[in-house]
Design a protein around this ligand. Structure first.
Ligand code: ZN
Length: 149
């Protein structure tokens, strides 16, 4: 694996992402061409490499960006198995697992086609009830991976 990507100096390594999910993780962190701020980060995506725990996994290395706790927890919507290591001076400064936030607002829209927040992320709100997410508008309960990102 190390032969693919150089070490990062300061930034974030997101490890144990479900295979082929890393691009969706970038999307949910708003690291994409739509966000001008993204151009200052160097990002490596390592996709579908062997993992002892998962069989196969993705890894993201983001040089120059430290994720906030909120950003870390957004990742749980896509890959609850992920771990997030913050790197300072080439050393792991902290290791975090992701947890689904108590409330998820304006990140994902509701899968229910009859719901007012179905195609409208900007108003969407879900409440975390023991790992399932209840839509504030239609009150249906969904699993995290059912939400539309
Ligand atoms: Zn809904």
């Amino acid at each position: 694996m190390d032969l693919l990507v150089e070490k990062i100096h300061n930034g974030t390594v997101i490890d144990r992402i479900e295979a082929f999910s890393s691009l969706r993780v970038l999307e949910i962190l708003n690291l994409n061409s739509k966000n001008k701020d993204s151009s200052k980060y160097r990002i490596a995506a390592v996709i579908n490499v062997p993992s002892k725990k998962l069989g196969k996994k993705d890894i993201l290395k983001i040089e120059g960006k430290t994720l906030s706790p909120d950003e870390v927890n957004k990742i749980a919507l896509i890959s609850p198995s992920a771990t997030v290591n913050l790197i300072e001076n080439e050393k792991v400064a902290s290791k975090n697992t992701v947890t689904l936030p108590k409330e998820i607002s304006k990140i994902a829209s509701c899968p229910n086609p009859n719901c007012v927040s179905h195609n409208n992320k900007s108003i969407s709100r879900f409440q975390n009830e023991d790992g399932n997410l209840r839509c504030r508008f239609c009150e249906r309960v969904f699993e995290a991976n059912e939400l539309i990102l």
